[in-house]
Design a protein around this ligand. Structure first.
Ligand code: ADP
Ligand code: MG
Length: 244
């Protein structure tokens, strides 16, 4: 398997606060990597470094063999097209319909013919279970529905990798599964994914590799079986015991 993403010796500080320390990992095509760990451990910062929403780090992040930190403006735009990002806060455009939210960026960047972009958006809405909401406005949707639109919006760019940063943390509990089920389907369809989540049963099901991040370091890592059943790392066990 070829690696889509490689992270080597990544260090990142905010002032005197070093929040990522010697991070090393790879993501192979089709692989699902799940990041877990206590709040403040550096998970969001790590994801943000991958698409260069954070700069001024040392070490190397490569995407499809290209150095993310050295990409020029055009290369960076291409790179961000290939990495879909779904945040905890979905931030849909309130004055646009669901369909317009999904087609906006692909139309602007002209990734395809307009009619093809629209047809793809309709397919994606069906895929996330919202075929009947194309003409609705975001404020008329539940949080779970809005997050599924945000996933469709990211997929509309035809990304190679999807990054999720706690996509269900802001949702009412009864909506969490609708979003996780969309993500499970995406995983089953072969998408390469990096997911930050506190949903441990989802992580167990989906992860090929789990990274436990604590105080800026990857403190433990391995298969889902290893992390959830076999590890002897006291920090991992303590963290999981609190959640499960
Ligand atoms: P997690 O996502 O695991 O909760 P974060 O990556 O958000 O962790 O945060 C890691 C550390 O970096 C925390 O100590 C946080 O306060 C700090 N941090 C994150 N973003 C910034 C920022 N823009 N400026 C200063 N410190 C930050
Ligand atoms: Mg975070």
């Amino acid at each position: 398997m070829s690696n889509v993403i490689e992270v080597k010796n990544l260090h990142k500080a905010f002032g005197k606060n070093t929040v990522l320390k010697d991070i090393n990992f790879t993501v192979a095509k089709g692989e699902k990597v799940v990041l877990i760990g206590p709040s403040g451990g550096g998970k969001s910062t790590l994801l943000r470094c991958l698409i260069r929403l954070e700069e001024n780090y040392t070490g190397e992040v490569t995407f499809e063999g290209k150095n993310v930190n050295q990409a020029n403006k055009d290369q960076l735009q291409t790179l961000r097209q290939k990495m879909g990002f779904v945040f905890q806060q979905f931030n849909l455009f309130p004055h646009m319909t669901v369909l317009q939210n999904i087609t906006f960026a692909p139309l602007k960047l002209k990734i395809d013919e307009p009619d093809k972009i629209e047809a793809h958006a309709v397919e994606l809405l069906d895929q996330v279970g919202l075929a009947n909401k194309a003409q609705a406005y975001p404020q008329s949707l539940s949080g779970g529905q809005q997050q599924r639109v945000a996933i469709a919006r990211a997929l509309a760019m035809k990304p190679e990798v999807m990054l999720f940063d706690e996509p269900t943390s802001a949702l009412d509990p009864e909506m969490v599964n609708d979003v996780l089920n969309v993500m499970k389907q995406l995983a089953a369809d072969g998408m390469t994914m990096i997911i930050v989540t506190h949903e441990m049963s989802f992580a167990k099901d989906v992860a090929d590799k789990v990274l436990f991040m604590d105080k800026g370091k990857i403190a433990d890592q391995g298969s889902s079986d290893y992390i959830f059943h076999e590890t002897t790392n006291p920090r991992t066990k303590e963290f999981l015991a609190k959640l499960m």
